[in-house]
Design a protein around this ligand. Structure first.
Ligand SMILES: Nc1ncnc2c1ncn2[C@@H]1O[C@H](COP(=O)(O)OP(=O)(O)OP(=O)(O)O)[C@@H](O)[C@H]1O
Ligand SMILES: [Mg+2]
Length: 268
C-alpha cells in the first residue's frame, strides 16, 4: 500500500524576522495524516511563526515546509483551500455590529465565489456548528456584546462550519474558562473522529487536550520533542523548556504537566 502524504513535512526550516529575530532554526519533522496534533511551547517559542509559515504567510529564510505535500511557498493557494485557520488574534472589528450568525456564516461564504449568499444548507451547517460549542441560542446576538470566552467559541464554530480538510487553531483556549475549554476541546475531538479532518492546535497548556491529541510537537525555537502526549509529558523534556520548577504528575493513569504557565504548581 502506498504511504499516505504527511500532514506536515518540515525540512531544516529557519525563520528570521526582518528585525533580526531568529524565531525558528533547524526545524525538521514529519506528522502523518490525518492527525489531531498540538504544538506547545512557552511564549516566543515560535509556535505562531511555524503555523503562519506553513500557510505561506511568512517566508522561511531557509528550508521548506509542506502541508499535505504542497510547498508553503510555491503552493500557498492550494494550502489555503485545504485549511481553515483561526489566528491567535482575530482582526474582527468590534465596532461593526455583526451578529453571531454573520461571523459563523462568514467561514462558509468566504470560500465561495461572489455573489456570496447563504443557502439554507449554509445556515443549517452554521447552526449545527454553534450547537457543537453550546452557542446556538446566541445566533442573533451582536458579536461585540459577547464575553471573550464566548467569542472564542463562536470563532471555533466558524472554523467547524467552513470547508477544508485541515483545521489550524492558534491558541483557541486563550481567555476561556474551564467550561468553555471543555466544550471547545470536546467539539474538536468529536469533529476529528467523525470527519476525515486533521487538526493542528497551538496551545500553552497540554493538560486539557492530552487525552485527545495524537501527536505533540514541543518547540523552543527548534524541535525539543515530538511524539505521543505521554512521551512529551516527560520531566526532563518539560524542564528543558519550562525551567527547573516544571514537573509531571500522574493521576488516574494520565500524566499532567505543571508549569508556571498552567499555574497549578503555585498550589503545592
Ligand atoms: N512580526 C514579527 N516581527 C519580529 N519578530 C517577531 C514577529 N513575530 C514574532 N516575532 C518573534 O519571533 C519569536 C517567536 O514568536 P511567535 O509569535 O512565533 O511565538 P509563540 O510561540 O507563538 O508565542 P506566544 O505563546 O506568545 O503566542 C519571538 O521572539 C517574537 O518576538
Ligand atoms: Mg503565538
Amino acid at each position: 500500500m502506498a504511504a499516505t502524504t504527511p500532514l506536515l513535512q518540515v525540512r531544516d526550516l529557519a525563520v528570521r524576522y526582518s528585525n533580526g529575530d531568529l524565531a525558528l532554526h533547524h526545524v525538521s519533522f514529519e506528522i502523518k495524516s490525518p492527525s489531531f496534533m498540538a504544538i506547545i511551547g512557552p511564549n516566543g517559542s515560535g509556535k505562531s511563526t511555524l503555523v503562519k509559515t506553513s500557510l505561506g504567510l511568512i517566508k522561511p529564510s531557509r528550508g521548506t515546509i509542506k502541508v499535505m505535500g504542497y510547498d508553503s511557498q510555491k503552493k500557498s493557494g492550494k494550502i489555503r483551500k485545504l485549511v481553515r485557520y483561526v489566528p491567535q488574534r482575530d482582526r474582527i472589528d468590534l465596532a461593526i455590529p455583526m451578529k453571531v450568525k454573520d461571523i459563523v456564516l462568514m467561514g462558509r461564504l468566504l470560500k465561495k465565489l461572489p455573489p456570496r449568499f447563504a443557502t439554507s444548507k449554509d445556515i443549517a451547517i452554521a447552526k449545527d456548528a454553534l450547537q457543537q460549542v453550546n452557542m446556538e441560542e446566541l445566533w442573533e446576538r451582536p458579536f461585540p456584546e459577547l464575553s471573550g470566552g464566548q467569542r472564542q467559541r463562536v470563532l471555533v464554530a466558524r472554523a467547524l462550519a467552513s470547508e477544508g480538510s485541515i483545521l489550524v487553531l492558534d491558541e483557541p483556549l486563550a481567555g476561556t474558562d474551564v467550561e468553555s475549554q471543555n466544550l471547545i476541546v470536546e467539539a474538536l475531538g468529536r469533529y476529528h473522529k467523525e470527519n476525515d479532518v486533521s487538526i493542528i492546535m497551538v496551545t500553552h497548556d497540554l493538560n486539557p487536550i492530552h487525552t485527545l491529541v495524537e501527536d505533540v510537537l514541543l518547540l523552543k525555537n527548534t524541535v525539543i520533542g515530538l511524539g505521543e502526549p505521554c512521551s512529551i509529558m516527560d520531566p526532563e523534556l518539560i524542564k528543558k523548556v519550562y525551567g527547573p520548577t516544571a514537573r509531571i504528575v500522574e493521576h488516574s493513569g494520565h500524566r499532567y504537566c505543571m508549569t508556571h504557565d498552567s499555574g497549578i504548581d503555585r498550589h503545592d
